[in-house]
Design a binder for this molecule. Structure first.
Ligand SMILES: C[S@@+](CC[C@H](N)C(=O)[O-])C[C@H]1O[C@@H](n2cnc3c(N)ncnc32)[C@H](O)[C@@H]1O
Length: 269
C-alpha cells in the first residue's frame, strides 16, 4: 500500500484502538455473558460454515477476538489478526482468562503474508470488514495464499446496499452510489455499540459491490460455492432498526426492500 493508504490506516487504527475499550464494556458485545459461555457467533455463520471442528482457521479482522474464541470453544484451532493493537491485547487477555488456545497477531490485512506463518483449512471474516479495505484484488490473493488446497473461505458481511446510506442523517439517507470507488471519510461522535460514547470516530472506508467481491475471489483462483443474500441482520447496529419475532433486525425505513447481509463461501482447488 502507498503513503496515502498508510495515512488512512493510521487514522482507522487510532479509532479502532479507542473503540475497543468502549466495545469491551458494551451491552452489544456482552463480554460477561461471553465469559460465562455464550457464543458471539450467529446462526448464519454457524449453519453456513458447516462442521469445522479440529480444523485450522485464520480469522481476518477479528476485533477483540470474541468470534475467534467462539470458534475455539467449538474445537477449532484459531489464529486471529487485526489492525488494532488494543483489539489484539484484549483478545489475548480473553483467551488466557478462558484457558483457550487461540493465537492473536496484530497485523494490517495487507501485511498478513509477512506476519502470519503457515496455511489454513479455513479463512473466515465477518460483519463490518471489507469496508476498511481499499483493494479487494490483493485481499483475494492473500486469502487464496493462506488456504490449503481444498480449504474454504467464508465471509458474512453487511450488504453493499446498506453502505449506500448516510447513517449520520435521520432517517438514514440514500447518499452514496453503489459503485463508488473513492474513499469515504466520516467523523462522528460515538460508536455503533454506544452512540453517546465519549469518542470521536474518524474513519476512512471503501464501498465494494457484490460483483467486486466475487470477482476478486475468482480472480485469485477460488471457486464460489454460494453467494447468499439475507433479509435480516442479527445486529441492531444501525439507527432506526426494529426487532422481529426471531430476534433479528430490520430497518424501520425501507423495510424488506433489500438484503441487509450477504455471505459467500469459496474453495481453493
Ligand atoms: C467491525 S470490526 C469486525 C467485527 C467483528 N465481526 C466483531 O464484531 O467482532 C472491524 C475490524 O476490522 C479491523 N480493521 C480495520 N481495518 C483493518 C485493516 N486494514 N487490517 C486489519 N484489520 C482491520 C478493525 O480494527 C476492527 O477490529
Amino acid at each position: 500500500m502507498d503513503n496515502i493508504h498508510d495515512s488512512y490506516f493510521k487514522v482507522n487504527k487510532e479509532t479502532w484502538d479507542k473503540k475497543v475499550s468502549i466495545h469491551t464494556k458494551s451491552e452489544f458485545y456482552d463480554v460477561e455473558g461471553f465469559k460465562k459461555g455464550k457464543t458471539s457467533l450467529n446462526s448464519y455463520e454457524i449453519k453456513e460454515m458447516g462442521e469445522i471442528q479440529g480444523k485450522s482457521l485464520l480469522h481476518l479482522q477479528c476485533h477483540f477476538g470474541q468470534d475467534t474464541l467462539s470458534w475455539s470453544r467449538l474445537g477449532v484451532k484459531c489464529t486471529g489478526i487485526d489492525l488494532s493493537s488494543e483489539g489484539i491485547k484484549q483478545a489475548k487477555l480473553l483467551n488466557d482468562e478462558l484457558g483457550l488456545d487461540a493465537t492473536f497477531i496484530e497485523s494490517n490485512l495487507y501485511d498478513v503474508p509477512k506476519n502470519v506463518e503457515g496455511i489454513f483449512d479455513v479463512v473466515f471474516a465477518s460483519y463490518g470488514v471489507i469496508g476498511w479495505l481499499p483493494d479487494l484484488i490483493t485481499w483475494g490473493e492473500i486469502i487464496a495464499s493462506k488456504l490449503k488446497s481444498g480449504g474454504t473461505f467464508y465471509l458474512i458481511e453487511f450488504h453493499p446496499i446498506v453502505w449506500m446510506f448516510d447513517f449520520l442523517q435521520t432517517p438514514p439517507k440514500l447518499t452514496y452510489p453503489y459503485l463508488k470507488s473513492e474513499v469515504i471519510y466520516d467523523e462522528y461522535k460515538g460508536t455503533y455499540t454506544n452512540n453517546d460514547a465519549d469518542i470521536i470516530s474518524k474513519e476512512y472506508g471503501w464501498n465494494h459491490g457484490l460483483g467486486e467481491v466475487v470477482s476478486a475471489l475468482t480472480k485469485a483462483g477460488l471457486h464460489i460455492e454460494f453467494l447468499h443474500e439475507h433479509e435480516k441482520s442479527p445486529y441492531n447496529c444501525f439507527p432506526n432498526m426494529e426487532q422481529t419475532d426471531d430476534g433479528m433486525f430490520l430497518f424501520q425505513e425501507h423495510k424488506r426492500m433489500f438484503p441487509l447481509l450477504f455471505s459467500v463461501k469459496a474453495t481453493k482447488k
